[in-house]
Design a protein around this ligand. Structure first.
Ligand SMILES: Nc1ncnc2c1ncn2[C@@H]1O[C@H](COP(=O)(O)OP(=O)(O)O)[C@@H](O)[C@H]1O
Ligand SMILES: [Mg+2]
Length: 246
């Protein structure tokens, strides 16, 4: 069986087994929906789906590896106003080996902005990856499982490889010195490697300084890399349907 035929069968099998967990990671069927990824026009997505399933599979694999949240992949992004200005200014900086922070309360579109920037990086041929601080620490902790094939060093190397790494929900002071060390080590190594890192937090600038420590904070501040997302939440826009209380 050739590759095209194998991919066609695989796609057909996935289509027949179509199930997804709305709270889980993007599953392959959703990742295969190119119109949802919005990396190519819908008409091109349709043609690719019919004529080049192996290309669709490769794009899906890149999207899965990037771990971008499903909710944010589906968003119809409004680039007007301050959100769009902030996104444009951050886009200019990507590829320069910067450490950036998006800070502010709930809903102004911090995660969405990072997802859009990750998609840009991928379109430019770079590997991007989204994670949360907790998810990443959990991954490092797995190295201590006796059955784990990955050592801490291997996991560190993996997170160093991404051209753009987004670490979301970087709110809490890490509980142990080990957790703090892992995060600092990774952010510092990435800076030395000249890869881009975006930290996202709901803390104010002073709180952020407290959890990243003075050297990372100074570095971010020098480059004007701390963006305060203090515009209104997209979740409370007047035309956004709100959940009804029960
Ligand atoms: N520029 C935008 N245009 C349209 N919708 C957006 C935009 N930014 C965010 N959203 C939507 O608003 C909601 C909140 O955005 P999110 O990025 O999760 O906020 P935050 O991370 O700041 O809490 C999400 O459903 C997201 O898809
Ligand atoms: Mg968020």
């Amino acid at each position: 069986m050739n590759t095209t035929e194998a991919n066609r069968r695989l796609l057909e099998k996935r289509r027949l087994n179509e199930t997804h967990d709305p709270m889980g990671k993007p599953d392959t069927d959703d990742a295969l929906d190119l119109s949802r990824l919005k990396v190519v026009p819908d008409s091109v997505a349709e043609t690719l789906r019919r004529q080049a399933p192996e290309v669709v599979a490769a794009i899906a694999e890149a999207a899965r590896a990037a771990n971008l949240p499903k909710r944010h992949l589906a968003c119809d992004v409004d680039r007007s106003g301050r959100w769009g200005e902030a996104e444009a200014s951050l886009r200019e900086r990507l590829g320069t080996g910067c450490t950036l922070a998006l800070i502010g309360g709930n809903g102004p579109g911090k995660t969405q902005m990072a997802v859009e920037l990750a998609k840009d990086a991928m379109r430019a041929g770079s590997k991007a990856h989204y994670t949360t601080a907790v998810e990443m620490i959990m991954h490092f902790k797995e190295a201590y499982n006796p059955n784990s094939k990955e050592t801490e060093r291997v996991i560190m190397a993996q997170y160093r490889r991404y051209g753009l790494l987004v670490i979301d929900e970087y709110h809490e002071k890490r509980e142990t010195d080990w957790e703090r060390q892992i995060l600092f080590e990774l952010i510092n190594k990435r800076y030395a490697d000249m890869t881009d890192t975006i930290l996202i937090s709901n803390l104010a600038a002073s709180g952020m300084a407290g959890i990243v420590g003075p050297s990372i904070n100074d570095r971010m501040r020098e480059g004007g890399g701390i963006i305060e997302c203090n515009w209104p939440s997209f979740r409370t826009k007047p035309n956004t349907p709100q959940p009804t209380a029960c």
